[in-house]
Design a protein around this ligand. Structure first.
Ligand SMILES: NC(=O)c1ccc[n+]([C@@H]2O[C@H](COP(=O)([O-])OP(=O)(O)OC[C@H]3O[C@@H](n4cnc5c(N)ncnc54)[C@H](OP(=O)(O)O)[C@@H]3O)[C@@H](O)[C@H]2O)c1
Length: 325
């Protein structure tokens, strides 16, 4: 075992050192990371959801600095447009546009896909980053709980609708931003959506994030043969407007230890740009290394092939679309 692997394992065990900026700083030095600015993504097209704030915005800005053509997705057209203008100004990259879509509204997801397909004849990177943790149950237009609709079903539908274009582009990548919170949740389909009476935002969020990671593996198994690379990751804990709004106490207490948005987004950009992740498919990452998707036995035992099949079928039915090529 290399020294760097031993040190990595030591900081991975306690969550605080691993997820905080300590983990980031130590691993960056341990593995002598390639600087993100050195990647050349000229002519590469990337769609980034949740690109108006926090991690998605930091990732999109770095991809723009690397020369990528970007489609930014957020819910409000006006907000999107000002982010586009600021990003063009900050990076000098004029190839940035936006589409307004709520990822929990499947009609809007279909509209988003149609614009991407009409405007771009290739698609190198699709980043499913949009997400939030709600304190009370909210419903998407189809009645699905909003966290599940916007972070599980909507992204599944978008990948499905863009699958052929992804498959026609060499070494394309679909990257899902999950959360370390998913380590606390098992795979469930019957209890994937929490009812309003017993709703707990953090628990609902963790269940949705677990489903994302399982679906990522299933996409790789089912459609990896098309030459599309599916990866999921978690960013550790980063200081973003989203964390501030949904977990203010956590944000206050952990403040000095939180990663910057750029640090949280580092692996996202690396997965989009580097060749190393193309050696495997369907994996889960933190700080440019593959990570286990389970840390406790109960979540591992929940993750059965029967439940996986059930999850896939439920998402297909809810999205109203069966992915095929
Ligand atoms: N920060 C962390 O420590 C942390 C840890 C683990 C996982 N994550 C994950 O990282 C991702 C980004 O989080 P963040 O901390 O950067 O949060 P953030 O600052 O609140 O940014 C969230 C982004 O998602 C967009 N968004 C939210 N709901 C959406 C929806 N239904 N449809 C389309 N866009 C939507 C927002 O855009 P508009 O408001 O403009 O629509 C915004 O651009 C999330 O998936 C989150 O679960 C973050």
């Amino acid at each position: 075992m290399r020294v760097s692997s031993v040190v990595d394992a030591v900081i991975e065990a306690p969550v605080v050192s691993s997820f905080s900026r300590i983990g980031f700083d130590v691993r960056k030095r341990l593995d002598d990371w390639t600087a993100l600015d050195t990647y050349d993504l000229t002519d590469h097209v990337a769609v980034v959801t949740g690109a108006t704030s926090g991690l998605g915005r930091a990732a999109a800005e770095q991809l723009a600095r690397c020369g990528a053509t970007l489609v930014l997705v957020g819910r409000g057209a006006e907000r999107n447009q000002s982010v586009v203008e600021e990003m063009i100004e900050a990076t000098g990259n004029p190839s940035i546009s936006s589409v307004a879509a709520d990822m929990g509204d499947y009609e809007q997801v279909r509209h988003l896909a149609s614009i991407v397909l009409a405007d771009h004849d290739r698609l190198d990177v699709l980043i499913h980053n949009a997400g939030a943790l709600a304190n009370d149950r909210q419903d998407a237009p189809d009645g699905t709980e909003a966290t599940v609709a916007s972070q599980v079903v909507g992204p599944f539908l978008l990948t499905s609708l863009l699958l052929e274009r992804l498959g026609a582009t060499d070494s394309s990548r679909v990257i899902t931003m999950s959360s370390g919170g998913m380590y606390t949740a098992g795979l469930t389909v019957s209890k994937l959506q929490m009812p309003a009476e017993s709703y707990k935002g953090a628990e609902q969020y963790a269940r949705a994030k677990r489903a994302q990671v399982v679906l990522n593996e299933m996409w790789a198994e089912r459609f990896g043969y098309l030459g599309i690379f599916f990866h999921a990751m978690h960013p550790g804990w980063a200081d973003t407007p989203g964390v501030d709004a949904s977990l203010p106490l956590f944000s206050k207490i952990m403040g000095p230890l939180l990663r910057t948005p750029e640090q949280g987004a580092d692996t996202l950009v690396w997965l989009a740009a580097d060749d190393a992740p193309l050696a495997v498919n369907g994996k889960f990452w933190l700080d440019r290394r593959q990570r286990s998707t389970h840390k406790i036995p109960s979540t591992r035992s929940s993750d059965t092939s029967e439940r996986r099949e059930k999850l896939w079928s439920w998402v297909v039915e809810t999205a109203g679309y069966e992915p095929t090529v």
